[in-house]
Design a protein around this ligand. Sequence first.
Ligand SMILES: *[C@@H]1O[C@H](CO)[C@@H](O)[C@H](O)[C@H]1NC(C)=O
Ligand SMILES: *[C@@H]1O[C@H](CO)[C@@H](O)[C@H](O)[C@H]1NC(C)=O
Ligand SMILES: *[C@@H]1O[C@H](CO)[C@@H](O)[C@H](O)[C@H]1NC(C)=O
Ligand SMILES: *[C@@H]1O[C@H](CO)[C@@H](O)[C@H](O)[C@H]1NC(C)=O
Ligand SMILES: *[C@@H]1O[C@H](CO)[C@@H](O)[C@H](O)[C@H]1NC(C)=O
Ligand SMILES: *[C@@H]1O[C@H](CO)[C@@H](O)[C@H](O)[C@H]1NC(C)=O
Length: 292
Amino acid sequence: MFQNFFGLFFLSALAQLISFSGTLAECPLPISPQSVVVKFGDSVSVNCSSSVTHMGMGWESTVGGVHLSTASLITWRVSELTDWDIYTPFCYINYDKQQCVVALPVTVYKTPDSVSISTVNLTMIEGNLYELLCDVHNVAPVQKLTVNWYKGETLVDQTNFTDTTKSPVNKTSKLLIRPDRADDGAQYRCEAELNLGDEGPQHPPTVTSKSFSIKVHYKPKHSRSTEKISQSDDVSLNCTVKANPAAVYTWHSKHLIEKISSSVIQSSTLSPGNYTCTAANYLGEDSKVFIV
Ligand SMILES: *[C@@H]1O[C@H](CO)[C@@H](O)[C@H](O)[C@H]1NC(C)=O
Ligand SMILES: *[C@@H]1O[C@H](CO)[C@@H](O)[C@H](O)[C@H]1NC(C)=O
Ligand SMILES: *[C@@H]1O[C@H](CO)[C@@H](O)[C@H](O)[C@H]1NC(C)=O
Ligand SMILES: *[C@@H]1O[C@H](CO)[C@@H](O)[C@H](O)[C@H]1NC(C)=O
Ligand SMILES: *[C@@H]1O[C@H](CO)[C@@H](O)[C@H](O)[C@H]1NC(C)=O
Ligand SMILES: *[C@@H]1O[C@H](CO)[C@@H](O)[C@H](O)[C@H]1NC(C)=O
């Protein structure tokens, strides 16, 4: 009865139903291993052995099936597993006027062909919200995929997928960031990781994107808005401040006649008074008063 298509479909449905509970309590059919994780195109073999005398046992599967046999150990064997949507194979036995089956859960996986980061806004402005995209190409099964986002060496976000498609898919994970000035040049990367469980490879297979360095534009901001300078000191009025793009400097004082565009003035050349320096870029400006 197990040899025809009707039986195959009926039992396949039954096997799908029991595949989560594994061995039916009363079915004397140990299979080894009890579930398999196979890389697409790799070979796989699973033993099914009976611990009782029987009238026949077999493996039912769309690939690698074993016909009704009187042996006590039969092996489901596929030299190249290339079926993404393989029906759960099962081993069956006819014994003592009974029949029973044990299902073999099979996971077929493939690591992605590529993992890459992109963004629509190549230059970011401090304080705004941006999206980084991680494109994962041609990976299966997506339900076992985790995308890890790293900033430098720190894990900053993680995406899992609930999609049950078994064949390879393309997936995009998004990371929202609000960069500040300290993040100019920060390195982001994303990593596609397949968590295949204990039956899978010892280390979960991963594919990592290239590092993606972000450019952040920010306006100049002085740490102090005034500074007292003693004229006797041979020091300078240093208005240099970090900004991206670099700031342009202008000086104002009733004591200055010439236009100065450098960020530093030697104090020894100056008369006592206030000197105001303004640093500016396209995002804004910030002034600082030097009191000599
Ligand atoms: C299956 O049984 C054969 C014969 O006993 C043994 O050589 C082989 O290692 C077994 N394979 C598995 C996967 O248990
Ligand atoms: C990012 O780029 C998109 C498309 O050019 C634009 O619509 C959006 O305003 C930009 N976002 C920011 C925060 O600049
Ligand atoms: C994603 O899946 C991994 C592995 O199954 C798990 O360790 C992690 O906690 C999950 N992360 C989230 C955010 O659900
Ligand atoms: C994934 O993307 C590649 C390249 O863009 C495309 O050729 C392929 O058909 C896509 N696969 C799926 C399942 O959409
Ligand atoms: C001015 O300050 C900047 C930043 O603090 C510093 O790098 C630079 O050497 C200073 N220049 C002078 C002439 O002191
Ligand atoms: C110089 O600047 C300081 C601080 O902004 C202010 O209190 C003072 O009145 C200014 N002096 C002159 C002569 O403008």
